[in-house]
Design a binder for this molecule. Structure first.
Ligand code: GUN
Length: 295
C-alpha cells in the first residue's frame, strides 16, 4: 500500500511552531527575525521562488525583504551589500538566489556571507561542517527531506539509500546527512552506470535529476521510500517531478510534486533564519524549547 507524504501539511505544522517562536523572539528583541533575499535580474523561476519565500515568511510574522538588483550589477557592488548585511545586527539571515548572471561568480558571492547568517547553508564553512556534524546552518532542501522522513517515523539506520544528483545544494549535503543517520549511501549522477539496478536495490531513493524521463516507477523495490526533488515543467505547462508518483504502486511512501519537498525547503529557510536569530541573540534556550536539538 503506497502512502503519499503530504509535504504541504508537514511544512504547515513546522510553520505553525515557527510562528509561535517568532512571537517569543519579538517579545525579547522588540523586533521580528529578519531575512534578506537578494535577487539579481528577473530570472523567471527566481521571481517565483523569492516571492514564495517572502510570502511564506511574512505570513507567520517574519521580517522578509527582497533586495531586487539589476541584471548588470557588478560583483564588487553586490559584495559591498552583502558585507554591509554581515555587519548589521538587525539582519539575522541572508541568501542570494541562484542562478546568477554570468558576470557574477556564484561561489565567491555565496562565500561572502558570514557563516552564522548563511541560512541557505551553502558557504564552505557550513557545507564542510556537515562532514564533522558541526555546522549550525544546513542546506534547506536536505533539511526538509530529513523532516519528511521524520514525519513517517521510519528508522533510517541501516537503510540502503540512493541519492541521485551530486549538487552542493541537494545531493552532496543530503548524502552526508543520511550517512550521519546511519544509512548506507550511494550517490548516482549523469555518468552512473546501471541506474535501474541501483534503484531496484534501494530502500530509500531521493531523485534530484531534473528530468521526468529517467526513472521508471516500476523500478522501485517493494515498500521503498521515494523522495522526489525534481521540478519539471512539461510542454503544456504542467509541473511534474522526476517520478510519476501515482504509478509507484509497490512503493511504501512517495512524495508528490507539487506539494512534497518544495514547501519543506521554504519552511526550512524560515526555520534556519529563526535558528540564526536565536544563535546571534543568545536565545538558543528558546529554540531548543520549541524544536529540541538543532537538526
Ligand atoms: N535556487 C534554487 N534553489 C535555491 C536555493 O535553495 N537557494 C538559493 N540561494 N538559490 C536557489
Amino acid at each position: 500500500m503506497m502512502h503519499i507524504i503530504n509535504g504541504k501539511e508537514v511544512a504547515q505544522s513546522t510553520l505553525l511552531k515557527l510562528e509561535t517562536m517568532i512571537r517569543c523572539i519579538e517579545a525579547s528583541l522588540y523586533r521580528a527575525p529578519k531575512l534578506h533575499v537578494y535577487r539579481v535580474g528577473e530570472h523567471p523561476a527566481s521571481m517565483i521562488y523569492t516571492q514564495n519565500k517572502l510570502n511564506t515568511g511574512r505570513k507567520i510574522g517574519m521580517d522578509v525583504e527582497i533586495i531586487a538588483l539589476p541584471e548588470e550589477i557588478t560583483e564588487d557592488a553586490l559584495m559591498h551589500l552583502i558585507k554591509k548585511d554581515n555587519n548589521d545586527p538587525k539582519v539575522d539571515g541572508l541568501i542570494v538566489q541562484l542562478p546568477l548572471p554570468d558576470q557574477l561568480d556564484a561561489y565567491r558571492i555565496t562565500n561572502a556571507i558570514v557563516s552564522h547568517k548563511d541560512v541557505d547553508g551553502l558557504t564552505d564553512g557550513n557545507l564542510g561542517g556537515l562532514v564533522s556534524q558541526s555546522s549550525l546552518l544546513k542546506p534547506c532542501t536536505p533539511l526538509g527531506i530529513l523532516e519528511l522522513l521524520k514525519s513517517i517515523h521510519c528508522p533510517l539506520r541501516g537503510l540502503d539509500a540512493l541519492v541521485i544528483g551530486k549538487s552542493c545544494i541537494v545531493g552532496k549535503p543530503l548524502a552526508l546527512s543520511l550517512m550521519s543517520c546511519g544509512c548506507t549511501v550511494t550517490v548516482a549522477h549523469k555518468a552512473t552506470k546501471q541506474l535501474k539496478e541501483k534503484v531496484q536495490a534501494s530502500d530509500l531513493v531521493v531523485s534530484a535529476i531534473g528530468n521526468p524521463n529517467v526513472i521508471q516507477p516500476q523500478w522501485f523495490k517493494k515498500h521503498a521510500i521515494v523522495i522526489d526533488v525534481g521540478i519539471n515543467r512539461l510542454d503544456h505547462g504542467a509541473i511534474v517531478g522526476d517520478v510519476d508518483y501515482q504509478q509507484c504502486k509497490q512503493a511504501g511512501f512517495v512524495t508528490p510534486v507539487p506539494g512534497g519537498v518544495g514547501p519543506m525547503t521554504v519552511a526550512m529557510l524560515i526555520k534556519n533564519t529563526v535558528l540564526a536569530c536565536c544563535h546571534q541573540h543568545d536565545l538558543m534556550d528558546l529554540y531548543y524549547e520549541h524544536f529540541g536539538e538543532a537538526l
